[in-house]
Design a protein around this ligand. Structure first.
Ligand code: ARG
Ligand code: GLU
Length: 746
């Protein structure tokens, strides 16, 4: 019907022609799509220079048109409706938000979920003891009965996405001030959420896109009975640990498996032994055919947050002021915790999860700073801003003429309070655990002061519950040197105008000794003892505790000085950013603008591609098991390899999962991902699972502020490695039998 066209380097005119052509193809093939959603019969021109159509995290319900065309140009055979359809089953029905932070996907008709090892880590850790160490040795349920329940875990499906922008903006006028606008917007959101049509077991929530220029409503279903099915040992699931984290070439089998359970009607239910495996509307078939350079890939998941449209002045502040401060705090905390974990196996289990999450962003910020500098991102943003200003002046767009100078002024005003706030967050909230405990106690006191006895009892119960979990993984021996080091750093480096009085002119070693020998908050028994009695008694005991007294002053300064100033300026900044976002789209109508990530379901697409990290070096797309053995250091903390895996390697016992006699492990692509995309499926041109996203490359972690198709790559485990480990390493054939394995290339 239509002949194949080969396009080499396209200029923009050719692009437009190409779009028209593709649009024509889509229209003329409508009958084909109506009978089968698959766009198999379309012959889509392949473009050679695909850089301009990659990057971006797109809204699944709005793919028709440009995105659908771009995907086809990259090699996809799917239509927008194959990916998201409200009335028929589509890919989206297999994509599940995993416990609020990660992504997972359904890979069997019995609700089997695949996600990353690092996403299931907390759950695997919670079932582990020194005797049954599933982190160390792995865990495999050989039947439904052996699957392990996880009381506080839940997963969420997206049932429907509606645009509610008009309702949310109803009544808003330009003359209103920002606070009044926000108030009315929030009231409208509440109204919209209340009147939405949904089933009783469903939820609805509204989220802002394009910095508040668009609002979408999500109807969701949350399942609360999610059980652990399988996890490889950390020497596979976390191979290379923190040394290899955020790095390519990579050899980590970062996966674990869970299962969703539902009530007898397949609806969400609290955990019950009578619940049954969930029957999904769609589950992903798994391709055994692997990937080759330039193959189309789509990553479907819940990216957390990006800041792609910040002005140069903001990026400059992050890279040169805020990131360095946070990196230094964590650098110090991590060194201390690491030294204790290496000495003591019990402490290693206790701190495994906390350490990994602190180390993760520490390393990411270092990579981000390097990437922003190396790619000249700040300069490039300045050039874009110069171009923007020129067009605004030429077209006399008065409403936009002060945006950049407003940013300059506000970012300079907010700098010291942002920095002080980051010190408080990193020291008093995140990294010194005793201070975090004093923060919980502080909240209890505030609840009492503001809400009286009723509020006190409620918050007290929640606080004790939290403490019960917290102290299981707490060691005052580890925390004490962290306190001394970090509190000292805070006092030395945080802006003086926000420094609590009790941090000025003190001897930190004496202070630390005093706090850790006298405070009752260093143990669960002590903490419970403080919280026993009438509200008045509890307040009296708390306010006599050395640890609490110290922490309370930090938290008081945070709430009375930092937060008010920060929120006041931040509200103004958000208003300018909202206008700037709209202005960018008006001033550059031909540029592609995706809405920044906000933990909602998104599609990103690209191709399997290698990259050049530095002059003279080229990284291939794929790693193999050979590389695992190259990195192998017997008995090492991060690079040990289990005997069984070495045996399988030596015997080349790869079953049906090998590629030309070799076992693929990981591969990279140009998909634009961020934190939250962990566990997201990598999907081929036909909708089959080919990999499992788990990371980005070091040189490209700046993609949160500056996606660059030449150097930003996401890292995926090859799905054949996952199957090989499940089948050959763990012998969990029961799981392989549940799945649907396919050969789309044959
Ligand atoms: N960097 C990946 C992500 O951002 C993996 C983190 C888990 N692994 C680790 N070694 N901390 O989540
Ligand atoms: N590991 C990240 C996560 O947990 C994904 C990597 C990234 O930030 O791109 O979501």
């Amino acid at each position: 019907m239509v002949s194949y066209i080969c396009c080499t380097k396209l200029n923009s005119m050719k692009y437009i022609k190409l779009y028209l052509l593709v649009a024509f193809l889509i229209v003329s093939c409508k009958t084909v799509q109506e009978t089968s959603n698959k766009a198999d019969n379309l012959v889509i021109p392949v473009v050679q220079d695909t850089r301009e159509i990659q990057g971006g995290m797109w809204i699944p319900s709005l793919l028709e048109g440009i995105n659908e065309q771009e995907m086809m140009q990259l090699g996809s055979k799917m239509t927008a409706k194959d990916i998201y359809d409200v009335n028929n089953s589509s890919l989206k029905d297999a994509i599940v938000h995993f416990n609020g932070g990660c992504t997972s996907e359904i890979i069997s008709p019995n609700g089997l979920l695949l996600t990353n090892h690092h996403c299931g880590y907390g759950a695997i850790q919670s079932h582990s003891t020194v005797e049954h160490d599933y982190l160390e040795n792995g865990f495999w349920a050989k039947s439904y009965e052996e699957e392990l329940s996880n009381p506080s875990m839940s997963v969420t499906f997206i049932k429907r996405i509606d645009d509610v922008t008009a309702e949310v903006f109803s009544g808003i006028t330009e003359t209103m001030d920002e606070a009044a606008k926000m108030k009315l917007i929030n009231q409208n959101i509440l109204k919209v959420t209340k009147k939405v049509q949904k089933e009783s077991w469903q939820d609805a929530n509204v989220k802002s896109f394009y910095d508040g220029n668009q609002y979408l409503l999500f109807v969701t279903e949350e399942y609360k009975d999610v059980r652990l099915v399988g996890a490889p040992p950390s020497s596979i699931g976390k191979f290379g640990a923190d040394t290899d984290n955020w790095m390519w070439p990579r050899h980590t089998g970062d996966f674990s498996m869970f299962r969703i359970y539902a009530d007898a009607n397949n609806k969400p239910a609290e955990y019950s032994k009578d619940n049954v495996p969930y029957k999904p509307n769609h589950y992903l078939p798994i391709s055994l055919d692997g990937v080759a350079e330039k193959d189309f890939t789509l990553v479907f998941g819940f990216p957390g947050s990006t800041d792609e449209y910040l002005p140069a002045v903001a990026v400059d502040q992050i890279v040169n002021v805020l990131n360095p401060a946070k990196i230094e705090v964590r650098d110090n905390a991590l060194k201390i915790v690491d030294s204790y974990m290496r000495k003591d196996p019990a402490i290693k289990i206790q701190y495994a999860s906390k350490f990994a999450s602190i180390a993760n962003y520490w390393k990411k910020w270092i990579g981000e700073n390097q990437g922003i500098k190396k790619s000249n991102a700040i300069q490039k943003k300045k050039e874009l801003e110069a171009e923007f200003s020129k067009i605004v002046a030429e077209k006399d767009l008065v409403g936009y003429s002060t945006l950049l100078s407003d940013f300059e002024k506000l970012y300079s005003e907010i700098e010291s309070v942002s920095l002080a706030r980051d010190y408080w967050i990193e020291v008093a909230y995140r990294n010194v655990e005793l201070l975090n405990i004093t923060f919980r106690a502080f909240q209890l006191e505030q609840a009492y002061l503001n809400g009286g006895d009723g509020a006190f009892e409620k918050v007290k119960e929640a606080t004790i519950n939290r403490f019960e979990g917290f102290y299981k993984n707490y060691s005052a021996e580890v925390d004490k040197p962290v306190f001394e080091k970090l509190v000292g750093l805070y006092a030395e480096k945080s802006p003086k105008e926000y420094l609590p009085a009790n941090m000025q002119g003190v001897n930190f070693s004496d202070l630390t000794n005093r706090v850790y020998s006298n405070s009752k908050l260093t143990s669960l028994e002590g903490a419970k003892e403080l919280l026993t009695g009438s509200p008045e008694e509890v307040m009296k005991k708390l306010n006599a505790d050395e640890g609490y007294i110290f922490g309370k002053e930090l938290h008081t300064v945070f709430y009375s000085k930092m937060e008010p100033k920060f929120q006041e300026l931040n509200l103004q900044l958000r208003a300018v950013q909202k206008k700037y976002m709209k202005a960018l789209m008006d001033v550059f109508p031909n540029k592609r603008f995706f809405p920044d990530a906000n933990s909602t379901l998104r599609v990103t697409y690209g191709q399997v591609r290698g990259y050049e990290p530095k002059d003279g070096v080229y990284y291939n797309t794929t790693t193999y098991l050979d590389g695992v053995l190259e990195k192998y250091v017997p008995g090492d903390y991060e690079f040990d390899v289990p005997q069984k895996l070495r045996d399988l390697y030596n015997n080349k016992d790869y079953g049906q999962y090998a590629e030309n006699g070799k076992m693929p492990v990981c591969f990279i692509g140009t998909n634009h991902t961020t934190g939250g995309n962990s566990g997201s499926p990598a999907i081929d041109a036909y909708g089959n699972l080919i990999g499992l996203n788990f990371d980005r490359v070091w040189e490209g972690t700046m993609s949160d502020m500056n996606y660059d198709p030449d150097i930003c790559r996401n890292i995926m485990v090859d799905i054949r490695y996952v199957l090989f480990i499940v089948d050959k390493y763990a012998g969990a054939k029961n799981l392989i039998e549940e799945m649907k394995l396919v050969h789309p290339k044959k």
